[in-house]
Design a protein around this ligand. Structure first.
Ligand SMILES: Cc1ncc(COP(=O)(O)O)c(C=O)c1O
Length: 344
């Protein structure tokens, strides 16, 4: 069979060799090399998305998510998609045309809150910090004074592009003092840095599967408290996105399981296994392990004579951003060639 693939004529034999992807030691913040237990369960027989047995697995996974988020929020589920699908779901459901949102943009990833919110029709007040530095509470206070109509403040607990961990206490206090919702990106943070949704009074949070949780990419855990759910329930207009409609998704995950979309059972098994592993390790132990390994990495980077980008005292636990400029290309090549012998 001959086909045109990317402008080239390609002839396929009747049979193709099986894929044998290279083993890569994944040392970035995520995706990471997943535990073999997760890969094993991901290849277990598929269940249909409306199989009662699968509903039980969904409910149990949602319960485990409540534990890892440290919340009692009923609306706790996974959006079928990567971390940004969680961001889109939370922001598009909470925002309506013309709403004002204040964004704490710490770098590339939390910076996308701006575009996602603008696409949802919001007016965005963008508070960009210097790279590697957290948002100063007085800057947020001033923004709320200048824009008392702001309904949401959204930022990240961990900004992957700069290796920043951002303390949230003061930002939460100011946001709630001005009657707004406090929304947090924990795509990188959940499972890696201390987070307690209820105690930290976070109204809505979205996370990722493939970073600190160590699951496969493709699911985005989200949790919203009653206050945030009320905002969605009292929208003037339906959420523009059918696929990301959180009320429908919540009904599928936590209600009568009415069909909404074809959720992938194997990805949910993988998430459940990652959460089971986290449960066995314990949250405190896991946070401490990330801290220890992060410190070791930092010491190594410093020993190589490189500078850490992040302001001291605000480093994310699991990884470090450093200033290596043009050395990055050779470092990458070196990493890949070193990985080849590890092939399984
Ligand atoms: C802090 C943060 N937010 C959002 C994202 C987007 O997640 P995804 O690439 O899974 O869509 C990432 C990805 O690295 C991230 O680190």
């Amino acid at each position: 069979m001959t086909q045109l693939v990317m402008g080239k004529s390609v002839t396929y034999e009747h049979t193709l060799p099986e894929l044998n992807p290279s083993y890569r030691l994944l040392l970035g913040p995520g995706p990471c090399n997943v535990d073999p237990r997760i890969l094993r369960i991901a290849s277990a027989p598929q269940l249909g998305h409306i199989d009662p047995e699968f509903f039980g697995i969904l409910e149990e996974t949602a319960q485990l998510l409540r534990w890892v988020f440290q919340t009692k929020n009923e609306m706790t589920l996974c959006v079928s998609g990567s971390g940004f699908s969680g961001a889109e779901a939370v922001l598009c459901n909470l925002l309506e045309e013309g709403d004002t949102l204040i964004a704490g943009s710490l770098g590339f990833f939390s910076g996308q809150i701006v575009e996602i919110s603008q696409r949802a029709g919001a007016r965005v007040i963008n508070l960009e910090t210097e790279l590697g530095k957290p948002l100063a509470p007085e800057v947020l206070e001033q923004a709320f004074r200048d824009h008392p109509e702001a309904r949401i403040f959204a930022t990240a607990i961990a900004e992957t592009s700069t290796g920043l961990w951002q303390p949230l206490e003061e930002l939460e206090r100011i946001t709630h003092a001005h009657g707004a919702l406090f929304v947090v990106d924990a795509v990188c943070g959940l499972g890696g840095v201390p987070m307690n949704i209820d105690e930290m009074r976070i109204d809505a949070c979205y996370a990722g599967s493939q970073k600190s949780l160590g699951a496969l990419p493709g699911l985005a855990p989200v949790t919203l408290n009653e206050r945030a759910v009320q905002v969605i329930q009292h929208r003037k207009r339906l959420v523009q996105s059918y696929y990301l409609d959180l009320l429908k998704l919540n009904r599928y995950w936590n209600g009568d399981h009415a069909y909404h979309h074809t959720a992938c059972s194997n990805l949910v098994y993988a998430m459940r296994e990652a959460l089971r592993i986290t449960l066995e390790e314990g949250l405190e132990t896991r946070w401490a392990r990330h801290q220890l390994h992060g410190e070791a990495l930092r010491a190594g980077i410093k020993a190589m004579g490189l500078d850490i980008l992040t302001q001291p005292g605000y480093e994310e636990r699991r990884y470090r951003a450093c200033c290596i400029g043009t050395r990055i290309a050779s470092l990458r090549l070196h990493t890949q060639s070193r990985c080849r012998p590890c092939r399984r």
